[in-house]
Design a protein around this ligand. Structure first.
Ligand code: XMP
Length: 508
C-alpha cells in the first residue's frame, strides 16, 4: 500500500519502525549507484542524510568534523557557555583535514610514569607525543620506544628525541594543502611517520601522521564526499539556547548576539530545539531568528503532528524535527504519557510538509540501518543519538567496567543534563532548586563502538541496499516508490537472526 492508504487502513493504531516492512520493487539500480544526497534548506546540501544529535554526550567539534567529513552534519549542543560553543563551531569551520590541530603533548618535566598513567587513564592507543614547553615551544618528540615501564623514573627531557634532531614543516606550507605537503614530507624523509608543524616562533601548531595521510588518500579513492560550504569549509550546525531574562521572557538581544557570533564563524544551520515545539515560545524564537537571519538554515522541533509542522514552517523553519519520546534514552512517553510512535508521527508530519514544501528530519529511535531507510520514505534526513554515542569521536572519556569499554550517553532531559543547561528544552528552569526537576530522560552507558567513519559507512551501505531493493536512484524516488506492509510479531521474529548461535557481531 502507499503510505496514505497504508496508514488509513491501519488506523487507529500508531506504528513505529519494527511494525512495518518495505515491499521490494523492480530495480535497475545497484546499491552503490544509489545517491543519498539531501538538503536541509535551499542552500544547505548534504551528501548523506544523517545528522548527529545536539546532545552533550554526542556532538562537539570532534563529532561534527567526523560527520561532515563523511557527508553528514553535526549539531553542537548548548550545555556550555555561548563563547565556548562559538569556539567549537570555529574548530569545525577551520578544520584542516589531515592536520591534528590540538595534538596531545607532554612537558619536558613530566616523568615517563606520568605519561604511562595518562595513556592508561585516557585509554590512548598511541604513545608518541610531541614535547612542548609552557608557551608551546617545541622541545622534542617522545617516541613510543621509550614510553616503557623500565624508564618510569626518567623525565621526558632525559629520554626524548631533542628538538635539534627533529625534522619539522613550516605552518604556511601546510596550510595551503596539508595532504600534499605531508605527502612530499614523508617521501623526502623515509622512516619518519610524524610531521610536526611549527610556526615562525617554533611553536607547535599541529601534527600529521603518515597513517592518517594514507587513510585520507585511500578514502579519496573510495569517493567519500565530505559536506562542505561554498568556501570549501566543512559544514556544521549548533543548537541555540533560548536565553531568557529573569522574568522568563526571551532575551532577544542575547539570542541574536549569540547567533551573530556563530554566523561570523560561518555556521551553516542552527537548531532551535524543544521537547515540545508547537508552543508560543518556540514559534516566537523561530520567527525572531528567521527575521534576523533570512538566509540561515533553521532546524526546529520537535513536533509530531501536521499542525505542529505547519506552525513551525509558517514561523520560518527550513527543516522540522519529528519525534517525541522515541529516543533510546527518552522517557517522555512514560513520564508525560505523551508521544506518537515514530513512523505514524512521520506520516502525519509528511502530509503537511508535502503541502508546505518544508523538509522533515526523523529524530530518535533509530537502532539499525533498516530504520533509516523506513524513516527516509517519509523524511529528508534523520538524527542519530545512541548509534553515535559509543564512538570515540563523541564527547566524554571511555570507562572500563567488568573488562568492557563504555562511554556515557544521557538524555538531554535527564537530571544531570538539565542541571548542565538543557532544562529550558524541557520547559524547566535549571536554577529552580525549590521544585524538583522532573526528568524525561535517563543517564546510560553505550558500549564503545567503532569510529564514526565505520559506523556511517555501514549505515549508508544499508540505506543504499534499501534503495536498491526499491529501485530508487535518489531519496526523492525512495519517498515516491515506498510501499509498506504491516509486520506481525511472528514477522518481527523472522526478520532478525533466529534459531542459530551467532558467532560474529552483526553490523547495523
Ligand atoms: P536516539 O534513539 O538516537 O535518540 O538515541 C536521540 C534523540 O532523543 C531525543 N532526546 C530526548 N528525548 N528525553 C526525551 O524524551 C530526553 O532526555 C532526550 N534527550 C534527547 C533527541 O531528540 C535526540 O536527538
Amino acid at each position: 500500500l502507499t503510505a496514505d492508504a497504508f496508514f488509513k487502513a491501519n488506523q487507529p493504531a500508531a506504528l513505529t519502525y519494527d511494525d512495518v516492512s518495505l515491499a521490494t520493487l523492480y530495480s535497475e539500480i545497484l546499491p552503490r549507484e544509489a545517491d543519498t544526497a539531501t538538503s536541509l534548506s535551499e542552500s544547505l546540501r548534504l551528501p548523506i542524510p544523517i545528522i548527529s544529535s545536539d546532545m552533550d554526550t554526542v556532538t562537539e567539534s570532534r563529532m561534527a568534523i567526523a560527520m561532515a567529513l563523511n557527508g553528514g552534519l553535526g549539531l553542537i549542543h548548548y550545555n556550555m557557555p555561548p563563547k565556548e560553543q562559538v569556539k567549537e563551531v570555529a574548530r569545525v569551520k577551520r578544520h584542516i583535514h589531515g592536520l591534528i590541530q590540538d595534538p596531545i603533548t607532554v612537558a619536558p618535566t613530566d616523568t615517563i610514569s606520568d605519561v604511562l598513567a595518562m595513556i592508561e587513564e585516557r585509554k590512548f592507543t598511541f604513545s608518541t607525543f610531541p614535547v612542548v614547553t609552557a608557551d608551546r615551544q617545541l622541545a622534542g618528540l617522545l617516541s613510543s620506544s621509550v614510553v616503557k615501564d623500565r624508564y618510569r623514573a626518567k623525565t621526558v627531557a632525559e629520554v626524548m628525541t631533542p628538538r635539534a634532531a627533529l625534522v619539522t614543516e613550516a605552518e604556511e606550507r601546510v596550510a595551503q594543502d596539508p595532504i600534499a605537503a605531508a605527502d612530499a614530507f614523508f617521501n623526502a624523509h623515509i622512516g619518519i611517520n610524524k610531521m610536526l608543524v611549527v610556526n615562525a616562533r617554533d611553536q607547535l601548531r599541529g601534527l600529521v601522521t603518515s597513517s592518517d595521510v594514507e587513510k585520507i588518500t585511500s578514502e579519496a579513492k573510495a569517493r567519500r564526499k565530505p559536506a562542505r560550504d561554498a568556501q570549501f569549509r566543512l559544514v556544521v550546525g549548533a543548537a541555540v539556547s533560548p536565553h531568557r531574562k529573569p522574568d522568563g521572557s526571551l532575551d532577544r538581544d542575547a539570542i541574536l548576539e549569540h547567533i551573530g557570533n556563530l554566523a561570523a564563524e560561518g555556521i551553516d544551520a542552527v537548531a532551535l530545539s524543544s521537547a515540545h515545539a508547537h508552543t508560543v515560545s518556540l514559534g516566537e524564537l523561530v520567527r525572531l531568528v528567521r527575521n534576523a537571519f533570512p538566509e540561515l538554515a533553521i532546524i526546529a522541533g520537535n513536533v509530531t503532528s501536521g499542525a505542529g509542522v505547519e506552525f513551525l514552517a509558517r514561523a520560518g523553519a527550513s527543516s522540522i524535527k519529528i519525534g517525541q519520546g522515541p529516543g533510546s534514552i527518552c522517557t517522555t512517553r512514560i513520564v508525560a504519557g505523551v508521544g506518537i510512535p515514530q513512523l505514524t508521527a512521520l506520516h502525519l508530519a509528511a502530509q503537511s510538509a508535502r503541502k508546505l514544501g518544508v523538509r522533515l528530519i526523523a529524530d530518535g529511535g533509530i537502532t539499525k540501518s533498516g530504520d533509516i531507510v523506513k524513516a527516509l520514505t517519509l523524511a529528508d534526513a534523520i538524527i542519530l543519538g545512541g548509534l553515535l554515542a559509543g564512538c570515540r569521536e563523541a564527547p566524554g572519556e571511555i570507562m572500563e567496567i567488568g573488562g568492557k569499554l563504555y562511554k556515557s550517553y544521557r538524555g538531554m532531559g535527564s537530571l544531570a543534563a538539565m542541571k548542565s543547561g538543557s532544562a529550558a528544552r524541557y520547559g524547566h528552569d535549571k536554577a529552580d532548586t525549590v521544585r524538583k526537576l522532573t526528568a524525561e530522560g535517563i543517564e546510560a552507558l553505550k558500549e564503545v563502538s567503532g569510529s564514526v567513519d565505520d559506523t556511517l559507512a555501514t549505515l549508508i551501505g544499508g540505506v543504499q541496499s534499501g534503495m536498491g531493493y526499491l529501485g530508487a536512484a535518489t531519496l526523492e524516488q525512495l519517498r515516491a516508490r515506498a510501499r509498506y506492509v504491516r509486520v506481525s510479531p511472528a514477522g518481527q521474529k523472522e526478520a532478525a537472526p533466529h534459531d542459530v548461535v551467532e558467532v560474529s557481531t552483526r553490523s547495523n
